[in-house]
Design a binder for this molecule. Structure first.
Ligand SMILES: *[C@@H]1O[C@H](CO)[C@@H](O)[C@H](O)[C@H]1NC(C)=O
Ligand SMILES: *[C@@H]1O[C@H](CO)[C@@H](O)[C@H](O)[C@H]1NC(C)=O
Ligand SMILES: *[C@@H]1O[C@H](CO)[C@@H](O)[C@H](O)[C@H]1NC(C)=O
Ligand SMILES: *[C@@H]1O[C@H](CO)[C@@H](O)[C@H](O)[C@H]1NC(C)=O
Ligand SMILES: *[C@@H]1O[C@H](CO)[C@@H](O)[C@H](O)[C@H]1NC(C)=O
Ligand SMILES: *[C@@H]1O[C@H](CO)[C@@H](O)[C@H](O)[C@H]1NC(C)=O
Ligand SMILES: *[C@@H]1O[C@H](CO)[C@@H](O)[C@H](O)[C@H]1NC(C)=O
Ligand SMILES: *[C@@H]1O[C@H](CO)[C@@H](O)[C@H](O)[C@H]1NC(C)=O
Ligand SMILES: *[C@@H]1O[C@H](CO)[C@@H](O)[C@H](O)[C@H]1NC(C)=O
Ligand SMILES: *[C@@H]1O[C@H](CO)[C@@H](O)[C@H](O)[C@H]1NC(C)=O
Ligand SMILES: *[C@@H]1O[C@H](CO)[C@@H](O)[C@H](O)[C@H]1NC(C)=O
Ligand SMILES: CC(=O)N[C@H]1CO[C@H](CO)[C@@H](O)[C@@H]1O
Length: 654
């Protein structure tokens, strides 16, 4: 064998190892990796610090972000600011995090438009948008519909929204996933046959399956149409072997889900937030406080130690991961008889529904539990179970996936939080997600994270904090009472410019012109209507990016940036009916309490204007919300409540 063939062989092996070893949807056997380092056992580690893979990868990413940010700041042309000098003095790279909320296809399409204005590959973004900001970003988080967007970009060789709308093989949304072939019934049936085979493969390999498997496979045809069989063998950890990722040419994609046992309910104060990176799956929260190597999820382990030399790979199917983060949409399949699905597929789903209690409707089963018997959790609910149950990232009401970006280990300077939730009666955001994340820092599950002060939803609406971008946590000196100085948060909410972008969360079909209208409107949202509302928008964004760095060095802001902050920072004022969150007294928690205890944030959970109640009843916002819109914004996970809504939602696409 000559050297060339050897290299080729190794290359092929490493590629196939990245996909499911079976080549299809069913996970397969591989040799376990060598034990990792220092104290941690086998495949699992304590959530102290970042994993070595992420730290190493960051070095490569920072080479790219440093360059891109230099260019971004140069072209922003700030007064009294020398870019070279700034970078010389800065002994660490600036970490920018971008977060995209859930909300079905609405969130995916709005998010696509919003991100396209930050992407220097988009026509016009260098001139009328914030082109280069995406290239300067270190982290990219997505949840539910937002993770459909981030996952599509990441797992298609870091494609761009521009490429997607010019191409024709992905994001074809004219037909719902139940009738993907349109009038071509054979195409639809063929696809569902494949899905059915996939699920059978996973079962045959000895794994429990859930509705999320079906849902994830169906979604994959829309997101991974370029890959064989709708990406049935594509895994999330595949990214490790993709050159653009290895070289740090894209931000770290993170998908967020929450943990929930089939019979329980969760709210922002007691949920366990999970994150999937290409390297790991796990949580920073005390109820788990562990991460596992994503590639080997599905292996039989005890405290992270594989039971034999044989491990499992291929469980982390990309569609399954993206379906997990959006499992709330499993509910569509429950209305089976109204979907028009017939034959084999109908029977397959019917079979599932009969064999599962309804408690499992929105749950993805990760079994065997990769965290079985791990010792780091303060509450043992998750680690004592033989399965790990994950569900939609928005179920705890934190619909913008901020948790991964608030971990002090990641040292994020600024977060751009894109909120495409449907909180109000007319399906626009009202800041509820930020409030939920704000509150969580004071609960034991917040585990010493910090988040800037925000007002309640009444103020968000009355002071127009959702109709123009708003900065939170502008002044580090005002945040010293928090656990540490959190990132500055640039909050950008969905609003209509040229398209009514407040479509229903459950609208599953978009005509091409609707799709493009949503995307274009998203571009206009994050570019301030192509810079026509504020020609200094790029400058102001730059001021936000450099702020924490300046504060660390005790440098004063230029007059120009001060002016920007006057325009965009929340001024701390409230409308009269809003409770001042800042004056709330939270009982400090020692982190050792049972996370399920209801009393841990004694005064706040009822004093807040209702958002932390799972019922969603609100004292001040009653007039602005109906119970239906609260359900759409994932206020409650009650199946009972959903039923009524879904019946009407189904009518939309049936
Ligand atoms: C994996 O190996 C085990 C034995 O170690 C065997 O029982 C099982 O059938 C194998 N699974 C697959 C999918 O090949
Ligand atoms: C950067 O410099 C500051 C002050 O000079 C110092 O406190 C900090 O530890 C340095 N950080 C790094 C990453 O070297
Ligand atoms: C935008 O500017 C960047 C950096 O100069 C350049 O690489 C990129 O090609 C430009 N984008 C477009 C669409 O012209
Ligand atoms: C804003 O710019 C985008 C991207 O170049 C373009 O598609 C859109 O038509 C522009 N919108 C307006 C209102 O000019
Ligand atoms: C992935 O994208 C890079 C450029 O970004 C390109 O060089 C490479 O050929 C692409 N790979 C595939 C498999 O399309
Ligand atoms: C669908 O209809 C069949 C026959 O009427 C019934 O047995 C089944 O329970 C229904 N399934 C669902 C999910 O409603
Ligand atoms: C919010 O916007 C509306 C409509 O543009 C305006 O009438 C109102 O004065 C604004 N409110 C505040 C507090 O700026
Ligand atoms: C910070 O605190 C000062 C003094 O209390 C106050 O005047 C200012 O408005 C605060 N700034 C922000 C952004 O909250
Ligand atoms: C920052 O500046 C203030 C006043 O300008 C001064 O009181 C303080 O000691 C300085 N802090 C550091 C760390 O240099
Ligand atoms: C909150 O409680 C602490 C100690 O329990 C007390 O010192 C502090 O004054 C209280 N703050 C407010 C705003 O009530
Ligand atoms: C979380 O808190 C809610 C409201 O207090 C409660 O109903 C629920 O049972 C708790 N869930 C867990 C998993 O502790
Ligand atoms: C900052 C902080 O409180 N970290 C805690 C998070 O939870 C783990 C596990 O309970 C603790 O060990 C950390 O100290």
């Amino acid at each position: 064998m000559n050297l060339y063939t050897l290299v080729l062989l190794i290359h092929t092996l490493s590629l196939t190892a990245a996909f499911s070893p079976s080549g299809g949807y069913g996970p397969g056997n591989v040799t376990c990796p060598k034990k990792s380092t220092a104290g941690d056992s086998g495949l699992v580690r304590h959530s102290r610090g970042l994993c070595e893979d992420e730290s190493n990868w960051l070095k490569k990413r920072h080479e790219h972000t440093d360059e891109a940010l230099k260019e971004f700041l140069e072209t922003a042309d700030l007064e009294d600011f020398d870019v070279e000098e700034f970078f010389d003095k800065n002994n660490q790279s600036i970490n920018i995090g971008l977060a995209f909320s859930g909300g079905g296809y609405r969130a995916m399409l709005c998010g696509a438009g919003q991100i396209s204005a930050l992407d220097d590959r988009t026509d016009g973004a260098n001139e009328t948008g914030l082109g280069g900001l995406l290239q300067s970003a270190t982290y990219l988080t997505g949840l539910s519909g937002g993770n459909w967007m981030t996952g599509t970009l990441a797992l298609n060789n870091w494609t761009s929204v521009q490429e997607i709308i010019e191409g024709d093989s992905i994001w074809n949304l004219e037909h719902s996933i139940f009738t993907s072939g349109g009038i071509n019934i054979f195409k639809t049936v063929g696809q569902w046959d494949d899905i059915s085979d996939s699920i059978q493969e996973k079962k045959d390999a000895g794994f429990n399956t859930s509705i999320t498997d079906i849902w994830g496979r169906a979604l994959s045809y829309q997101f991974f149409g370029k890959h064989d069989n709708g990406g049935d063998g594509l895994t999330f950890s595949t990214l490790r072997d993709v050159e653009v990722f290895q070289n740090g040419e894209m931000p770290l994609p993170i998908s967020v889900a929450t943990g929930r046992t089939p019979t329980s309910k969760i709210i922002n104060l007691n949920s366990t937030v999970f994150e999937f990176t290409p390297f790991e799956l796990g949580s920073w929260d005390p109820s788990l406080y562990a991460f596992t190597d994503l590639k080997y999820v599905g292996s039989n382990v005890d405290n992270g130690d594989p039971e034999s030399d044989t491990c499992i790979a291929g469980f982390d199917n990309a569609g399954f991961v993206m379906g997990t983060s959006s499992s709330l949409f499993n509910q569509f399949l429950l209305k089976l008889n109204t979907t028009g699905i017939t034959g084999v597929v109908h029977d397959l789903i019917e079979d599932f529904l009969h064999n599962l209690s309804e408690d499992f409707d929105d749950i993805a089963i990760y079994g065997p539990n990769p965290f079985y018997n791990t010792p780091y959790a303060t509450v043992k609910t998750i680690v004592d179970d033989e399965n790990l149950y994950l569900c939609d990232g928005g179920e705890d009401n934190q619909n913008v996936p901020l948790a991964p970006l608030l971990q002090p280990e990641r040292d994020v300077d600024v977060i751009f939080a894109f909120d495409n939730s449907a909180d109000t009666d007319d399906s626009f955001p009202d800041g509820a997600s930020l409030v939920a994340t704000y509150e969580r820092q004071f609960a034991s599950q917040g585990n010493g994270t910090a988040f800037p002060y925000v007002p309640g939803q009444s103020t968000f609406l009355a002071h127009n904090l959702t109709t123009k971008p708003t900065f939170f946590g502008c002044d580090a000196s005002n945040l010293t009472d928090l656990a540490y100085i959190p990132p500055l948060v640039v909050y950008i909410a969905n609003e209509p410019f040229t398209f009514w972008s407040n479509t229903s969360t459950f609208k599953m079909e978009y005509e091409d012109d609707e799709k493009l209208g949503m995307i274009k409107n998203g571009y206009e949202v994050s570019s301030r209507y192509n810079m026509t509302i504020d020609e200094d928008w790029k400058k102001c964004v730059s001021c936000a990016i450099i702020r924490r760095s300046q504060e660390r060095r005790n440098e004063t802001q230029s007059d120009e940036c001060e002016k920007c902050f006057e325009d965009y920072c929340w001024d701390g004022k409230l409308v009269t009916e809003d409770v001042d969150l800042r004056s709330q007294n939270y009982t400090s928690s020692n982190g050792a309490e049972d996370a399920s205890s209801e009393g841990e944030v004694s005064t706040s959970s009822n004093a807040r204007d209702g958002t932390s109640e799972s019922s969603g009843s609100s004292s001040s916002d009653d007039s602005k919300k109906s119970s239906a819109s609260q359900m759409i914004s994932y206020k409650s996970v009650s199946n009972l409540l959903y039923s009524a809504l879904f019946v009407s939602a189904i009518a939309l696409f049936a």
